[in-house]
Design a protein around this ligand. Structure first.
Ligand SMILES: C[S@@+](CC[C@H](N)C(=O)[O-])C[C@H]1O[C@@H](n2cnc3c(N)ncnc32)[C@H](O)[C@@H]1O
Length: 200
């Protein structure tokens, strides 16, 4: 990381706020903002979280579902323990092995969250295509685990395939919105797809 990047990060409002409020990532505020708008995380809910490292979203989900809820977080990277209501899995959520572990650990859930990012190549079309592959994997997991009326929230990089994917979500969910929370940097190509009211 360059000096300019480090300087910008220190000046960043959400980065400093996360440090102060003990969230592991500034991304935690994206989930807090999405949830305060759409209210998909509730006490007692079961949550599968895809691409959870370093665990900012996991902290938020764990707090909001409370002691009677449960979160299963998956990432390629190792993640430090989050709380008693959280189980962490290390692996690739597009693999059969992780899909099998998810079926054992949480066969049903009310919410699937995916903030997974592909490795960035810097070539817009390539990164967009990789991000859409992760969205497809998240949708497939959502279809296997969500209870009727459930919610999928997934990050996507904007590009020409996004529209088709949103259309697909609309065939499976009763309510779909494309949202960019304030904590998401303006210059970032990311948006969040919030798909609620799953039709099982
Ligand atoms: C932007 S970070 C997530 C930040 C997280 N929401 C937070 O608040 O701390 C994206 C993560 O997606 C993970 N990831 C990308 N592809 C993955 C895959 N196929 N399986 C598991 N994790 C993946 C990366 O390892 C990375 O840690």
């Amino acid at each position: 990381m360059g000096k300019k990047w480090l300087r910008e990060r220190k000046r960043d409002y959400y980065y400093r706020k996360a440090k102060m409020e003990k969230y592991r990532s500034r991304a935690a505020y994206k989930l807090l903002q999405l949830n305060s708008r759409f209210r998909f995380l509730r006490e007692g809910f079961r949550v599968i979280e895809l691409g959870c490292a370093p665990g900012g979203w996991t902290q938020v989900a764990s707090e909001l579902v409370g002691a009677s809820g449960r979160v299963v977080g998956v990432d390629l990277q190792r993640v430090d323990e989050v709380g008693e209501n959280v189980v962490l899995l290390r692996g690739d959520f597009t693999s059969g092995e992780v899909r099998e572990r998810l079926r054992e650990l949480m066969p049903e859930c009310e919410v699937v969250l995916c903030d997974a990012s592909p490795e960035i190549s810097g070539v817009w079309s390539v990164d967009h295509a990789r991000s859409m592959e992760l969205c497809e994997a998240a949708l497939s997991i959502a279809e296997a685990h969500l209870t009727a009326g459930g919610t999928l929230v997934t990050k996507a990089f904007q590009g020409d395939m996004l529209h088709e994917f949103v259309k697909k979500l609309r065939t499976r969910f009763g309510y779909v919105k494309v949202s960019k929370p304030e904590a998401s940097r303006k210059r970032s190509a990311e948006v969040y797809l919030v798909a609620m009211k799953y039709r099982k």
